[in-house]
Design a protein around this ligand. Structure first.
Ligand code: B1M
Length: 211
């Protein structure tokens, strides 16, 4: 049984060398990559967010922790990628306009890529129009939007409306996620699906493409 508290603490401390070392050790001990992410890296970021809310941490600490996690995800990436797989379907993914948070979106994209989806990542701060253009150009099976701030969530609805205005809403399944997003919100804005984490994103996308 691996103790993830040291990994969580290294993330909170923004110590990327220690974090990378603990991630490598966990991998050597055959830890499940999903546990490394959820119980170690993500748990650390949740605490960082709480410390930010309470005024104990400021932007620099959040940035350090984010950089630490992003670097460690690069170590985990090869473990979840399987280039020999037959393409399961195409996914266009991005973080909505006004929002620069990309760790969760990157994680979801990485996991979907790992199970055989062809993932096109539009990055962060993506305008509804940009999502629409990407759907027209690349004809994905699924469009995935991520939002981490309550004030950027309405951009998800605006994107769905933009797809409708462009007459392409029925061509693509729309999924949404991100810490403040809920199933209720997804239903309200007319999304086809919501998921709270990377694992459920795989299940949802498989279901939506009939796999
Ligand atoms: Co920001 N930030 N941040 N931040 N940040 C939050 C989100 C916040 C909750 C912190 C807090 O106050 N407690 C808060 C939002 C509050 C609110 O909405 N009311 C907040 C704020 C306020 C801000 C700023 C406004 C701060 C400021 O400037 N005053 C600012 C906004 C900048 C902007 O976007 N315009 C800001 C900036 C930043 C940093 C740049 C410093 C950094 C981001 C770096 C980066 O992403 N490259 C940062 C960070 C690191 C955080 C916290 C601490 C961690 C976010 C994270 O990466 N979590 C965060 C606190 C928190 O979330 N508890 C916080 C780990 C990640 C794996 O989880 O993204 O939830 P998550 O993804 C999960 C699921 O949600 C789901 O699967 C993922 C894997 O399990 N999921 C999907 C996500 N997207 C999905 C898409 C899907 C499906 C599932 O389908 C498409």
């Amino acid at each position: 049984m691996i103790d993830y508290s040291a990994l969580k603490k290294a993330v909170i401390d923004g110590d990327d060398e220690r974090t990378a070392q603990l991630v490598k050790e966990a991998i050597e001990q055959h830890a499940d990559p999903a546990d490394i992410v959820t119980l170690g890296l993500q748990a650390g970021l949740v605490t960082v967010g709480e410390k930010f809310s309470s005024g104990e941490f400021f932007i620099p600490e959040m940035l350090l922790a984010a950089r630490t996690v992003t670097r460690s995800l690069d170590i985990i990436r090869p473990l979840v990628s399987d280039s020999d797989m037959i393409t399961a379907g195409k996914v266009v993914i991005g973080t909505v306009v006004g929002d620069l948070h990309d760790i969760g979106k990157n994680l979801v994209g990485m996991l979907l890529g790992g199970v055989g989806f062809d993932v096109l990542d539009l990055g962060t701060d993506v305008y509804p129009k940009r999502f629409v253009t990407a759907v027209m150009e690349h004809k994905p099976d699924i469009l995935g939007m991520s939002a981490l701030i309550t004030t950027t969530m309405p951009a998800m609805e605006a994107t769905i409306q933009a797809l409708e205005s462009a007459n392409i809403r029925r061509q693509v399944k729309v999924i949404v996620g991100g810490a403040p997003v809920t199933q209720h919100f997804a239903d309200q804005i007319g999304a086809d699906g919501y998921c709270s984490n990377g694992g459920s994103a795989i299940e949802l996308c498989n279901r939506l493409v009939g796999r």
